[in-house]
Each structure stands twice: as structure tokens, then as C-alpha cells.
Design a protein. Structure first.
Lengths: 274, 346
């Protein structure tokens, strides 16, 4: 199916991509690596002795586990429903669902504050029903609230990854299972779930990596109240007492976590037909 | 254990297609085949019985009980799908044991019963394999075993052989019949292959546009089709428009034919129907004075192995015949008892 193309031409085609990758990925990563080891590795020691770093790491781990898990459950249910839609309706719904992916994290945070913040629309509405606006309005600034805001753009990612696996699933297997005596829940968990598990794991890993690295939403919503690694990093380069080597070291930890999670996801990803 | 459709109708939402006024009964141990062109509603009938669709009107009875409102999992019917629908993530014995697992049977017992069932379809040595390691025919055997292992009240086969090679199809046809007879179970077979239906069914139902056109034994369907559409679908036929020209005589485009006109009045329109194997070839000079003899030339001569299927061009049309004779054919005789009169096609 592939006609022969001269190697020189292929190389020429690869040049723009390679330049972009080099300028905006390799050089920054190398700079961070050099920076982290600039004072002969003592930055890692400082980081290890800093309780703020460990707090941030714990916060990142919790957020990076719980928010993707919640998004996975919601996204799977949405995908199950979408798979039953007529094709035209499904496309329309997918466009609407994918829309949050185009928003910047800051805008998402701002939207949540307008809706659920201390003077938010929903907060004031609920206050009329007798709920305490201080409690309701505080929710979105809490770690759980942050997780919810993250889910806003994690759920579409889950749907986009899981939907093809569900809609391509052999419906006769479901019918066969039903006729053999399994109820619909049992059919879902024992026949469909084991077979689409690779897609679910891939979706989980991708959304976990996004949640671990996300930054704008957290900064806008929580400031530095919620301790997560990206915000620790931010404080190390913005506040007085800037510690660039320590910031670089923290970056490496963050990049390493994301890389591991994404690698697991890629390894589990269903074989694509090439 | 009988399966019964009592005046069942169903139409797909938002369309006028579906099945209408279906009345059928499948007795214990009986194999009933539904044939018809694609879109004739034969698969819909199976889905209604399996519980994948709910009838709009009418009742579906299993062993005398109305199951119209019950879910597929409550009906205890074994279904075999065209693509087999085996569970790829389970071993063969696990596939077959699944209906037993769902019914809460302990692992040791269900494994033993699954392996015994695999043996009955000739796959006893493959219990630990996965479905992807099997050929189509082997997957079909496993699907059949899975559909029967929980002693269902009926067996439903949806185009079970259409994904197999021709040679294997014949072998699996006998295999299905053998296993079905052994289980003594009421069986519904949906197929577009009329030969398959004729060869293994006790009763055959011909469908057209969502309605039953004819129910009968394979022999009844082949020899006394209800109308031209059944005659054309089941086997090869000569079908000519004709009209009664006298007592015992009918005129057709190929000429006048002597036959039993069953007291029809002169001038009545009919379809004249003759199976090609009932047409007798003439190899020598043709006696033109005999009204049932036609001289002609071969316009098509198809060698099929056991027989030749020949189209004879005669004055006024073509007569198709099948013969085992090898030499040139100069004409044909149509015996009067080979001719049946069917209702005229509108």
C-alpha cells in the first residue's frame, strides 16, 4: 500500500516536527535537568527536607488518583449512553462534550467561581433555599471541589477514548450473554468490561497525567491553599526566596510521574490497526 | 416444551416494516426452519422469541406460558448467532460453563458439565483453548454446545451456517441435526438457504414482506408451493402465465399443455408451474403431433456434475430442464402430472 519514497524526502518532511520538538521540548527539559544538578545535586536534598514538597506530592497523588477515577466512572456511563444514540445525534453530542477541551484551565476555573463561588449563581440560589452560602461557596475552593473542576475537562477525554471501544463492541455477545441467563448488569461487568479494560486503563492513565500536570485551574481556584506539586513549583519560582535549582528538581519529579503514568497507559492501549 | 406464536405482530419503531399475524407452533423435538429473502422478517421472528424484541400485539408462549413481558435472561432459550458470539476473553470450557455459572452452579460441577458438552460436539480436547484459536466450524460447535448445556426450553439458530465454507456447511448441517435430535429440543432455524431448510427441517415456513406465505413439510413446499414466489424461492422452476382453454387444457406462451385443470372455468388466469427435473428430454426426432412435445434448441447448457441444467428455446419461450443425459437434446416432453397450476401473479 505504500509507494517508495526517497529517504531524503522523508527526512525533509520530518525536519519541521523535529525542530519544534527540539526547541520546545528537548531544550527546556535539558535546561531543567542542568538546573536541577547545578549545585551538584544539593537541590534534591533541600527538596527532600522540605515538608511543603512532601505535602504537595501527597496532594498531587490524591488529586491524580481520585479525579481521574471519578472522571472514568462518569465518562464510561456517558459513553455507554452515547453508543446507543443514532449516529447524527451522537456526533452532535460528541461535539458538545468535546467543547471543554478547547477552554483554558483559567477560564474553566473562572466559570466554576461564577457558578459555585461565594457569590456564585448556584450558591445564591441554594442560599434562598436555606443552605449556608459560606459552606456551599467554600466547596469549589476545597480539594474535592478542585477535583470536580478537573473532571470537567477529564470526562470528555475519557469519553473520546472509551466510546470507540464501546460502540465497536459486538452487540451479539451482549445478546448471547442475556439469552444464556445473565442479567444486564452481569453482562456489562462480566462480558463487556473485561474486553474493553485496555481502553479504560488508557483513559485513566491519560487523565491522571493531565490531572497531575494541570496548573491553571488549581492556581485560579485554590491559590496556594491546596498543596499540589505544580503549585509548589510555582511558589519556588515566583515568591521571594526564589530557588531555581529546587524548582528544577521538583519539575523533574513531576515530569517523571507524568511520564510513568503515560507510559503505562500507552503500554496498555489496545492494538491499533495500522 | 412447545414454542408458540399466537397472532404476533411487531413493527420497527417509526417504520412500517416488521412481522404481522405470525402464528406458529414448534413441538418438542421438532425443527422448524424459517426461510425468505433478506428483509422478509425471518430474523425478527427469532428476536421476538428470544426476547430481544417485544411484540406489539399477540402472545409468545413457551411451554404454554405467556413470556411476552419477560426478559431474555428469564426465557431459558439457547441462541446461536451467525457470528457465534463466543466470549473471546474466556476459555472454551468457561464459555460453555457461563450459563451454568450464572445459575450458581459450583465451579467443579460446571467445569465437568462443560467438558462433557464439548465432547458431545467433538471438541473435548480443546477445553483450555480460547475462541480465537478455533476455525469457524469449531467455533460453531462451541456456540452450539454453549446454547444447549443449560438444558434450555428451545434452541434458536440465526443463520448458523452462512459464515462457513460450502463443504463445512454440509458437515455442520448434519452435526446440528444430530445434536438437536439427541437433545430432543424444539428448534427454530432461521436461514436464507432453502436447501439447508429442506434438508434438515421437519417443517418449513416461507416468509415474504413480514408475513407467512406458506407452512409445510419440505416436500409440501417443494412439490405444492402456495404461489409462484414460493416456487421460485424453493428450488428451480418453470413458471409461465397461462389461461384455461378447455377441460384439461391450459395455454401458455410455450404452447398448449394437457394437465388437471381442477375444474377451473375456461379463461381463468393461472401460473403454470413445472419443476425442471420433471421435464423429460427427447434425444431423437420430435413427434410434433403430440401436444405435450416441444422441439427446440439448447440456448444454455450448464454442467453441474450430477445433472445438466438446460434452457431449451422453443417457439414462444424457454423451457428449463434438468437431466443426467449427456448427449444433445432435440426437444422435451412435459408430462401432464408434472404440471401444477398456481394462482396468477398480479
Amino acid at each position: 500500500m505504500s509507494a517508495r519514497v526517497p529517504t531524503s524526502m522523508l527526512a525533509a518532511f520530518a525536519v519541521p516536527g523535529s525542530v519544534v520538538l527540539g526547541l520546545f521540548f528537548l531544550i527546556p527539559v535539558c535546561a531543567v535537568l542542568v538546573g536541577a544538578f547545578a549545585d551538584s545535586g544539593s537541590a534534591f536534598g533541600r527538596l527532600a527536607g522540605d515538608p511543603v514538597f512532601w505535602n504537595g506530592l501527597r496532594g498531587t497523588m490524591v488529586l491524580g488518583t481520585v479525579a481521574p477515577l471519578f472522571s472514568l466512572v462518569v465518562g464510561f456511563c456517558v459513553a455507554l449512553a452515547l453508543a446507543r444514540f443514532a449516529p447524527g445525534l451522537r456526533t452532535a453530542a460528541l461535539i458538545a462534550i468535546s467543547l471543554p477541551l478547547t477552554f483554558s484551565g483559567l477560564i474553566v476555573a473562572y466559570g466554576f467561581i461564577l457558578l459555585l463561588g461565594r457569590a456564585g449563581f448556584v450558591t445564591l440560589l441554594l442560599a434562598k433555599l436555606g443552605f449556608d452560602p459560606a459552606v456551599i461557596g467554600g466547596f469549589i475552593f476545597s480539594p474535592v471541589g478542585l477535583g470536580l473542576a478537573y473532571s470537567y475537562y477529564l470526562v470528555p477525554r475519557v469519553v473520546l477514548i472509551v466510546l470507540p471501544a464501546i460502540s465497536n463492541f459486538d452487540r451479539n455477545q451482549m445478546l448471547a450473554s442475556r439469552s444464556l441467563g445473565a442479567g444486564s448488569f452481569r453482562t456489562l461487568t462480566e462480558v463487556m468490561l473485561p474486553q474493553i479494560l485496555p481502553s479504560l486503563i488508557a483513559a485513566y492513565c491519560l487523565t491522571a497525567a493531565v490531572a497531575v500536570g494541570a496548573y491553571g485551574t488549581a492556581l485560579a481556584l485554590a491559590g496556594t491553599q491546596v498543596n499540589i506539586l505544580p503549585l509548589v513549583l510555582y511558589s519556588k519560582i515566583s515568591e521571594t526566596g526564589t530557588d531555581l535549582p529546587a524548582a528544577s528538581a521538583a519539575s523533574i519529579v513531576l515530569v517523571a510521574i507524568c511520564a510513568v503514568v503515560v507510559s503505562i497507559g500507552e503500554a496498555m492501549r489496545p492494538q491499533r490497526k495500522s | 416444551m412447545t414454542l408458540r406464536y399466537d397472532q404476533v405482530s411487531y413493527s420497527y419503531p417509526g417504520t412500517s416494516t416488521g412481522v404481522f399475524d405470525i402464528a406458529l407452533e414448534i413441538g418438542r423435538g421438532e425443527l422448524l426452519a424459517i426461510i425468505g429473502a433478506s428483509g422478509s422478517g425471518k430474523s425478527t421472528i427469532l428476536k421476538l422469541l428470544a426476547g430481544f424484541l417485544k411484540p406489539d400485539t399477540g402472545r409468545i408462549l413457551i411451554d404454554g406460558k405467556d413470556v411476552g413481558a419477560s426478559l431474555p435472561e428469564a426465557r431459558r432459550l439457547g441462541v446461536v448467532f451467525q457470528n457465534y458470539a463466543l466470549f473471546p476473553h474466556m476459555r472454551l470450557w468457561e464459555n460453555i460453563a457461563y450459563p451454568l455459572k450464572v445459575r450458581g452452579i459450583a465451579k467443579q460441577e460446571r467445569r465437568a458439565r462443560a467438558i462433557e458438552m464439548l465432547g458431545r460436539v467433538g471438541m473435548g480436547k480443546r477445553a483450555e483453548d480460547y475462541p480465537a484459536e478455533l476455525s469457524g466450524g469449531q467455533q460453531q460447535r462451541v456456540a452450539l454446545a454453549r446454547a444447549l448445556v443449560f438444558e434450555p426450553q428451545g434452541l434458536l439458530l440465526d443463520e448458523p451456517l452462512s459464515a462457513l465454507d460450502a463443504g463445512l456447511r454440509l458437515e455442520m448441517r448434519d452435526e446440528i441435526l444430530r445434536v438437536q435430535r439427541q437433545a430432543g429440543i424444539a428448534t427454530l432455524l432461521v436461514t436464507h438457504d432453502q436447501e439447508e431448510a429442506l434438508s434438515i427441517a421437519d417443517k418449513v415456513v416461507m416468509m415474504r414482506d413480514g408475513r407467512i406465505v406458506q407452512i409445510g413439510t419440505p416436500r409440501e413446499l417443494y412439490e405444492t408451493p402456495a404461489d409462484a414466489s414460493v416456487a421460485a424461492f424453493v428450488g428451480q422452476s418453470n413458471l409461465w402465465p397461462g389461461s384455461i382453454s378447455g377441460d384439461g387444457m391450459v395455454t401458455t406462451p410455450v404452447g398448449a399443455l394437457a394437465c388437471d385443470t381442477q375444474g377451473k372455468s375456461i379463461g381463468a388466469k393461472v401460473t403454470v408451474f413445472v419443476r425442471p427435473e420433471r421435464v423429460e428430454p427427447i434425444t431423437g426426432p420430435v413427434d410434433a403431433s403430440n401436444p405435450c412435445c416441444f422441439a427446440g434448441s439448447m440456448s444454455a447448457d450448464r454442467y453441474l456434475g450430477p445433472v445438466r441444467r438446460i434452457d431449451m428455446a422453443v417457439a414462444g419461450g424457454a423451457i428449463r430442464l434438468e437431466t443426467h443425459l449427456r448427449g444433445p437434446i432435440t426437444g422435451v416432453t412435459i408430462p401432464h402430472d408434472a404440471i401444477r397450476l398456481l394462482p396468477p401473479t398480479s
